[in-house]
Design a protein around this ligand. Sequence first.
Ligand SMILES: [Zn+2]
Length: 156
Amino acid sequence: MQCELCGKESHDCRLAIIDGVKMMVCPKCLSYGKEVPRTTLSPAKHVAKKKLFAEDIYKKMDKELVPDWNQRIKNARMKKNLTREQLGALVGERTVTIAKIENGDLRPSDETIKKLEKILGITLLEEVKGVAVKKSGGSKSGGLTLGDLLGEKLDK
Ligand SMILES: [Zn+2]
């Protein structure tokens, strides 16, 4: 194997980061940079992370918190005669966190949202419908009007 930095043949080339660039270098050139630990070399880990990120984005685009989510939580809690403390205990959040959520200061985590929906019997996430459907004809300039959308629905 050839050292990518000095070009010398070496049987003991290692992956290192030199000036921010990953390269295979001989032990001598290794001192110019930092050796990359073998644990970070695993490509499987990298792929898994990427996939998770993509799924996260997909989720965010698919469902959206309703605009009045904090009001819905507060109203539903009071309807059920629950204190913030009691609700907090039910969803596994602190009382102060529930207060922040109800004030709209804190966006609850996806996990908490699901719990709140279940315990309070409310809907906090709405499906985001893709309205940006382009007609294949494309004779009209500009976007679709409400009439276009209704017409399309009626056609079916
Ligand atoms: Zn070298």
